[in-house]
Design a protein around this ligand. Structure first.
Ligand SMILES: C[S@@+](CC[C@H](N)C(=O)[O-])C[C@H]1O[C@@H](n2cnc3c(N)ncnc32)[C@H](O)[C@@H]1O
Length: 289
């Protein structure tokens, strides 16, 4: 369990945070934050937001689904996109922030490839953060709200991961160094459509990739690559229950959790892995893929 304070700024006054005592972090203006016994810091702005992130049951389903390897091809595509032409020296000490990290599965896969990467794990859900720092003890874990100004320093990340999670374009651009990469995973229209048809999941909004691309472009994050990952997953009833239970629909439509057919069926997994490069003038860029 470790906290690397070079990622962090105060959520109240935005001054840099540093370690003051063994478990206490603070800024020059006197704001103080205790590291939890689980090893993460909670850095929420003064007026606590009402969003809470994923709950324990959703996270348990998500962890079981991901540990089964069902989304491994997505993780592999994401890892490839982190530094497509990395030399060993480029990959060393790469600063990677997973924003909306959930259980930490994708950051964990990246760290298995890039052993020296310095990882920041961030999510609104304390339960998610507990799981993420347990999975990646060397990562810096922070409970934060992606809809608010982030408690992360300017230019502190070489790579930002954002997998099925909320996006904050202006803040992503602020924390990403010029030339750094933002990797976004979004569902395609066909994603899990067999379950969607049965009413168990929310629809994917039309033109999702275009909307995300336009939203990020306006913050100076320019799309340089789009890779489709699509395959059929042989899903038995318990796998289908996990796919439904790990999403927000399960909360609102408990009855539908049990309405996803019997036996084993093929379920389509279809996502886009999008690479954006932060184009702020005047600094060298990581070569585009
Ligand atoms: C669909 S899950 C994806 C988690 C992980 N990236 C994955 O794919 O396994 C969305 C994640 O975003 C987090 N989240 C939702 N709202 C958030 C917010 N306002 N700030 C930070 N995290 C948030 C949830 O707690 C959840 O872990």
């Amino acid at each position: 369990m470790s906290i690397d304070s070079t990622w962090l700024r105060c959520p109240n006054c935005f001054a840099d945070l540093s370690a003051l005592e063994e478990r206490v972090y603070g800024c020059e203006r006197g704001h103080r934050f205790d590291r939890s016994k689980h090893g993460y810091l909670t850095l929420l702005p003064p007026k606590a937001p009402r969003t809470l992130g994923d709950d324990r049951a959703m996270l348990a389903d998500r962890a079981a689904l991901l540990e089964s390897g069902a989304y491994r091809p997505i993780a592999d595509a994401l890892t490839d996109a982190v530094l497509p032409r990395a030399t060993e020296s480029e990959a060393a000490d790469l600063r990677v922030a997973d924003l909306g990290c959930g259980t930490g599965y994708y950051a964990g896969r990246v760290s298995q490839t890039l052993h020296d990467a310095r990882l920041l794990l961030a999510d609104r859900s304390p339960d998610a953060m507990r799981r993420a720092v347990r999975a990646i003890p060397d990562g810096t874990g922070v409970v934060l709200d992606l809809w608010r100004p982030l408690p992360l320093r300017d230019d502190s990340a070489d790579v930002v991961l954002n997998v099925f999670a909320p996006r904050n374009p202006a803040e992503f651009a602020r924390i990403l160094r010029p030339g750094g990469r933002l990797l976004v995973v979004v569902p395609r229209a066909a994603h899990l459509h067999e379950l969607r048809r049965r009413g168990a999941l929310l629809a994917v909004p039309p033109r999702k990739v275009t909307a995300v691309t336009e939203q990020l472009d306006s913050a100076g994050l320019v799309r340089t690559r789009s890779r489709a990952v699509e395959y059929l997953l042989s899903a038995d009833e318990s796998t289908r229950a996990l796919l439904i239970g790990m999403g927000p629909t399960a909360r609102h439509t408990a009855a539908r959790r049990d309405d996803h057919g019997t036996g084993t069926m093929d379920v389509t997994v279809a996502v886009d892995v999008l690479t954006f490069v932060h184009q702020r003038a005047g600094r060298p860029e990581v070569p585009a893929a």
